[in-house]
Design a protein around this ligand. Sequence first.
Ligand code: ADP
Ligand code: MG
Length: 353
Amino acid sequence: MKSRKWIQILLACMLALTLCSCNRTKEQQPDAADFAQKDIYAMDTVMTVTAYGERAEEAVKAAEKEINRLDNLLSTGKKDSEISALNDAKKGALSKDCVNLIAKSLKIFHDTDGAFDITVYPLMEAWGFPAKNYQVPEKKTIENLLKNVDASKIHLNEKNASVTLPKNAEIDLGGIAKGYTSDKIMEIFRSYGVEAGMVSLGGNVQTYRTKPDGSLWKVGIENPDQGKDYLGILTIRDQAVVTSGGYERYFEKDGKRYHHIIDPKTGYPAETGLKSVTVVSEDGTLADGLSTALFVMGKAKALDYWNRHSGEFDVILEETDGTITVTGGIAESFTSEYDFDVIETERKIAENE
Ligand code: ADP
Ligand code: MG
């Protein structure tokens, strides 16, 4: 399972890079000094940072430092991280990054009617995902743990940067931390005057400006069906593309598959008829949180949510029967060898009538 994820990530990087270079003319080819790239293993995945420009090398080094800093701060997998310390002590003063990320997670929790809930961590542990000692918990265990799953009970005081958790609660930023990290890398690209850049971190891609030759970046969307080609290609600039799916991390028991996106209302892996959700947005943190939330919500609720928030993001949904739905804002940027439906907002449909 793990090796499959690695292969997918490497394939995504390779595709992104080959596609990214295919239209470049000889004159526009950046010289080696203007190009820097590095693979970094962090947050339980392999990440690739690519930058073009005079200070590309410095920017990539700063990005690596930032990735490691955030990994050490945010990962529940690290015993000494700020989040692990908070989970142990249930209260504490936190860094600006943790406060920002918890605040954003709570906003997404409220907006998605609880589909995105960072207090799912005790359930993640019961299913054995963090330690990779997978098991199907007893029904009773899940019922008991569900009593502590409710992000509305997190007390966040943004002014004095402190957080208090209820007695048995534990939080996990795994559904949003990579998006926050890629947003931070965009800030680094900006501050180093990078001409063009991209970061790919296990299912998340974020692009900065256009490619050095002025053309748009092409990002391949992973196909959940093993061995199959890409679901499609997005042609974009300055946007994050984040995919969540039940195929990413899972185990099988007695012929049934159990994946790592938990429905906070049931305590079981979300089964809503979706195979994958890809969110496209300028805001990487939002894209990451929403990709997880919309997967939990299922197609009807996800599209209803998009209808009310279409200015913030677009989405590509793949259902278990293979149906692909793309929202209006990216219909022109998406190409696929498969058929897909394009959906517009109610407002746009009314305007066209
Ligand atoms: P990945 O991190 O594999 O790319 P996601 O962004 O969808 O995929 O995040 C899944 C992770 O989010 C899980 O490993 C877990 O840490 C956390 N998580 C699982 N279910 C939820 C949920 N309903 N709300 C918030 N976080 C969740
Ligand atoms: Mg996510």
